[in-house]
Design a protein around this ligand. Sequence first.
Ligand code: ATP
Ligand code: MG
Length: 355
Amino acid sequence: MTQLTIGILDGDDIGHEIVPAAVAVVKAAAARHGLQIDWRPMPIGRTALDSHGTTMPEGTLETLATFDGFILGPIGHQAYPKGPGAINPHPILRKHFDLFANVRPTRSYPGIGCIYDDIDLVIVRENNEGFQPDRNVVMGSGEFRPNDDLTISVRVISRKGSRKVARAALDIARSRKKRLTLVHKNTVFKLGCGMFVESCYEAAKDYPDVTVDEVIVDTFAMRLVRDPQSFDTVVTTNMFGDILTDEAAGLVGGLGMAPGLCIGEGGLAMAQATHGSAPDIAGKDIANPYAMIESARMLIEHLGRARNLPHALDAARTMQAAIDKALAAPQTRTRDIRGTAGTRAMTEAIVSAIG
Ligand code: ATP
Ligand code: MG
């Protein structure tokens, strides 16, 4: 009996290598624990543009809505030929499914070139509001040019959106060290960040077991480099989160080490690595599949909790152990993290460690 239905959306460039890698690893763990997954490949991005004349074929959203979750590879939309079908699917997916929280963990692994060997934190980035012009639900593009010499960028912060992302972060904090740090700049953005902070404290009233503190974003950027160990779970607005999660990735080996899971209020979730489609290294069997594989592992763990599926939680634990094992030896990790393996060899090592 099928327990989970999961979409496979390769995306572009290295997506065609790292998404199959993530699927292979989940398949191996699912087989080991008797977790029945119905896999549904769907065209998206450049491949879909070539075959269907649009990067997001008709019916994609309706079909995805019937799934428990999906794995989305990186999208290289900047390189699409100009035309009506060449849309960036990311913001549409995030908004349509109200995936308002982007959960981005940062974890050290020994020997791979981490700046510290004891980092273990999660940054929860608000996903659908803020400054990002492509995600601005309320203001459309959110950027205006009243005349040739002036541009106005609008930043949207709502109480509802802030409370929702705060609750997602508080749930994560509760499952970790029960500490949540709010990152903001309410000293300058008195109304926007002010509302974000107020809403977070309001949400935290329902979580008396979680200790909440706050750090101004510039101080946080500095402290993230100097003492990242002092943070556990962090919640912040969209653009601060965008920048800080890349900074955090830099501490633990670079973009190949930066996984992510986009979640909303229902169970449906989207596994999506933090990095882009890296066209410069595509097709060369050198991309680091970790971020994508770990994103898929997070998806399985999330669905295991949301759907109360012990087999899924077991599969996620098995994946974690196998990933840790592969990362521990240079022969089974990629070159960007001080290894010698290709994408495929690293994936095969993880699959065979699952047994
Ligand atoms: P985007 O605008 O989509 O965020 P970007 O311009 O930030 O994209 P990325 O595609 O994320 O660029 O990658 C920047 C560089 O980092 C790539 O060119 C590549 O060299 C490296 N990189 C990214 N992801 C990986 C990976 N999984 N493995 C190895 N190197 C990677
Ligand atoms: Mg980037």
